[in-house]
Design a binder for this molecule. Structure first.
Ligand code: GCW
Length: 824
């Protein structure tokens, strides 16, 4: 058995063959186009390529075009050192282009112009821009057009980004772990230093540049003071070097206590001249080694981080002291608006974490230097499944602000659930804050986009092929927030999976509906995610947010549910919006259903605009959500043979898991609300599972029934666990004869690989190892997982016997078996 396990591990470690689609190249695969399409491009595309500049960005652009054209069209562009009488793709800044062509235009920084033009009888494609970054983005833009089969025959296309700052934050720790990273260890750091091999940093830079991202902070905002140590700065310069060819500036998250903890001063008071001098000399030191350094990100006075409050100073004092050190070098500081008290008294009905960002920053508007950018999370709480737009977006008139979006799916099923966040981000970006009663969508208020990405060394970067769409979507929206989520996901899908319309349709449908689906089976109506907020933020734990200081309260009890944030009777949070927005949220008559429990406390029987009661909506949405994931799985199976095998299997396994996990969520949340509210499901599903045989009701050999915490994480609040070498659980099938699927709900913790075997009428029908690495050591909703045994011929009276062999600290725990008609 040991050998078998070893074999499994060896199989996992086998190097992927060269042509295998691992997901590493993401949307930059440049897979060969169909012959018919390719031949059209071959006839319009010039055979040569020329760059007029000599810097690294134009060289990257040239290499990328050669690579892309080679991949998609099987043609190798010939490099020429100057424009000749032969048709060519010509790359250069406007200044460089003007020396050869009579082309003029005014193009904002980073924007580009793709232009077909004739010179001395030869037809050229010119890619020009105000700066080299624009030339690079234009080159990616041209390749994207080819990948999407758009015409490049008569080009005259100008594009420019809506905002100049498009940054990524990585929450990597210097020891190589990543806070809220689900795609393996850091590509930047290991054991307290920068990794030797930075190939992946280069490749990440390429991905980022392809969607016009121009900065990346490379360490956790819960910053390790040592990141600014003189030892590390030259190492960080190597990362800057790897990014440089892609126009991605390196940046750092800093600890506000650094002047003291690292610099040896006895203070970090922002108004102390020695502190200002320390920041200045530290920043000067960085720029000596990294002349194009981007700047800093600062999380202060939040979640245990030190900040200006230690000295009774303001956030403006703190931001400005650092900003002034960066200013002469052109650097910026992103000061995070994510400031709140996580020790709030939950008994006080006026306390409200949602108020915090506005309350902390509103008064400081106008006090920040011009190279300070306040970095504001999309919602007022913390990347929950649905939140209103943060009111702080509308409250800063004289201060630059950036929107912080979370690409890593911390509260969205991490690497294990498919959730495309584009539609959610779009809702925030389009949300009209009605400042001075004029149309003011959030997208017009922000000067920058920051995405918390957290890629790791996993072959596909995020640990989930589909999650790459979130990085792609983030970048595209940072360039053009007017793009629809549909357009973005269509682009992503076709570049990522090829141009089979059947595949595109299925993937686009999944991606576009996945946020709503996830919301449906987690926390709908503005309840927030309902995950274990004091633990892994992954599995369900409805009460984890209550009775503590973290302030993610949903206030569900026997009488009602929701957080009264109204001005009239609640915390007054709604009053932080402009009066027209306030009016909409303040009144139950106009508050949208999707946010009703975020804004108000209502009885369970409260009637929504949809006509349903709140409680029935909770029940229904959970069934709907789980059913939709089951549909995704069926739709994906229909793509077999249309998607390359490796990624097909990857996504299949991911969706199979998600479909099971959505049922765990459905049952946990519904059972919890059923117990709490005492209101029955009008459709009679909640708490009734006629096809389910609870493990604790089986005949047990060695297995012991144990309560599970929180109770809603297991069916019947109980699991069976094995404390011996081998245990068995058996029961008799009493249903009609026929083909059946057996769904075995078991628990797969992190620290062990249990072995399960299952017999039907003494015939071994399946066996498997619980070898996954789900984010928990406990028997709970995070480890609860499902094995489906398809198509077993069952007869009345058959004995079904499961054998569990524990391993390490894993107890081969079982929750239930459900027997359903076999799927076709
Ligand atoms: O959502 C919370 C995360 C923390 C994170 C914090 C933040 C880096 O759970 O892990 O800390 O937000 O954004 O600062």
């Amino acid at each position: 058995m040991f050998l078998r396990k070893l074999g499994m591990v060896a199989a996992l470690l086998l190097p992927a063959s060269l042509n295998a689609e691992t997901g590493y190249d993401a949307w930059l695969r440049y897979a060969p186009l169909d012959d018919a399409v390719a031949s059209q491009y071959r006839s319009t595309l010039p055979p040569t390529i020329t760059i007029l500049g000599s810097g690294p960005l134009q060289q990257s652009a040239q290499q990328e075009l050669i690579r892309g054209v080679h991949g998609m069209l099987s043609r190798t562009l010939r490099v020429e050192s100057d424009v000749s009488n032969e048709p060519s793709i010509v790359l250069g800044t406007l200044d460089q282009i003007r020396r050869r062509f009579t082309l003029t235009a005014s193009i904002p920084p980073d924007g580009y112009w793709l232009k077909s033009t004739t010179l001395n009888g030869a037809r050229h494609i010119v890619i020009t821009a105000a700066n080299d970054s624009g030339v690079l983005y234009g080159s990616f833009g041209l390749l994207r057009k080819v990948a999407l089969h758009e015409s490049i025959a008569e080009l005259d296309e100008k594009q420019s980004p809506a905002v100049s700052i498009r940054w990524i934050n990585q929450w990597d720790n210097l020891n190589g772990t990543i806070e809220r990273g689900y795609g393996g260890p850091s590509i930047f750091w290991e054991n307290g230093h920068v990794r030797e091999d930075l190939k992946r940093v280069n490749d990440y830079g390429r991905m980022l540049a392809s969607v016009s991202i121009n900065g990346c902070s490379i360490n956790n905002v819960n910053a390790d003071t040592r990141v600014l140590s003189s030892d590390l700065i030259p190492q960080i310069a190597r990362i800057a070097g790897a990014f440089r060819a892609w126009g991605v500036k390196v940046a750092l998250a800093v600890d506000f206590g650094s002047p003291k903890t690292l610099g040896g001063l006895d203070t970090y008071d922002p108004l102390d001249p020695s502190v200002a001098a320390w920041w200045k000399s530290k920043v000067d030191e960085i720029y000596r080694v990294i002349p194009d350094f981007g700047g800093f990100v600062l999380k202060a006075d939040s979640e245990g981080r030190v900040g200006p409050s230690t000295y009774g100073r303001t956030h403006a004092d703190a931001a400005n002291v650092v900003a002034r050190a960066l200013k002469p070098h052109g650097g910026v500081i992103f000061y995070r608006g994510f400031v709140y008290d996580h020790h709030m008294d939950w008994e006080n009905p006026k306390n409200d974490r949602a108020r915090a960002a506005y309350d902390n920053f509103r008064e400081l508007d106008g006090k920040f230097d011009d190279n300070v950018i306040i970095q504001i999370k999309n919602g007022p709480i913390d990347f929950q499944v649905r939140e209103p737009a943060s009111p702080l977006f509308g409250a800063l008139d004289k201060t630059r602000e950036a929107i912080e979006l979370q690409i890593t799916q911390e509260y969205f099923g991490q690497a294990r659930h498919l959730v495309f966040l584009g539609p959610m981000w779009k809702e925030t970006l389009e949300f009209d804050m009605r400042i001075r009663d004029r149309a003011t969508p959030v997208k017009k208020l922000v000067a920058g986009f920051v995405g918390v990405s957290n890629v790791g060394t996993n072959e596909n970067w995020y640990g989930n092929q589909m999650s790459q769409a979130n990085l792609y979507g983030f970048g595209r929206l940072g360039w053009n927030a007017d793009l629809t989520a549909g357009r973005i996901v269509d682009e992503w899908t076709r570049q990522t999976f090829g141009d089979d319309p059947v595949v595109t349709k299925a993937v686009v449908d999944m991606q576009l509906t996945s946020w709503r689906t996830y919301e449906n089976y987690t926390g709908p109506l503005g309840l927030q995610t309902l995950t274990d907020i004091v633990g892994n933020h992954y599995g369900v734990a409805v009460e984890a947010s209550e009775r503590n200081g973290w302030g993610q309260w949903h206030k569900a009890d026997a009488n009602g549910v929701g957080f009264d944030r109204s001005v009239a009777t609640g915390t007054g949070f709604i009053g932080q919006y402009s009066s027209s927005v306030m009016k909409v949220y303040e009144s139950l008559a106009s508050c949208p259903d999707d946010l009703v429990l975020f804004m108000h406390h209502v009885p369970y029987t409260y009637k929504l605009h949809s006509g349903k009661t709140a409680i029935q909506h909770i029940y229904d949405s959970h069934y709907e959500g789980a059913e939709t994931v089951a549909r995704y799985l069926r739709n994906w199976k229909a793509l077999k043979g249309r998607v390359d095998d490796d990624r097909y299997k990857d996504v299949l396994a991911q969706l199979e898991y998600q479909a099971g996990q959505a049922v765990v969520w459905r049952d946990a949340v519904n059972n919890w609300f059923f117990k709490e509210s005492g209101v029955a499901d009008t459709k009679g599903r909640v708490g009734r599972h006629p096809d389910r045989i609870e493990a604790e009701a089986m005949t047990l050999g060695g297995y012991v029934a144990k309560p599970v915490t929180p109770w809603e994480s297991a069916s019947g609040a109980t699991a069976i666990e094995c404390a011996e070498a081998t245990c068995t659980a058996s029961f008799k099938y009493n249903g009609e004869p026929g083909w059946r699927d057996l769904l075995v709900q078991y628990f797969d913790q992190q620290d062990g690989v249990s072995h399960f075997r299952i017999w039907v009428a003494n015939q071994l029908v399946d066996e498997w190892f619980a070898a996954d690495r789900l984010p928990t050591r406990k028997v709970d909703s995070s480890s609860s997982t499902r094995r489906t045994i398809h198509g077993v011929a069952l007869r009345k009276g058959d004995e079904i016997r499961i054998e569990g062999i524990p391993d390490g600290r894993e107890t081969a725990a079982l929750d239930y078996v459900e027997i359903v008609a076999a799927e076709n």
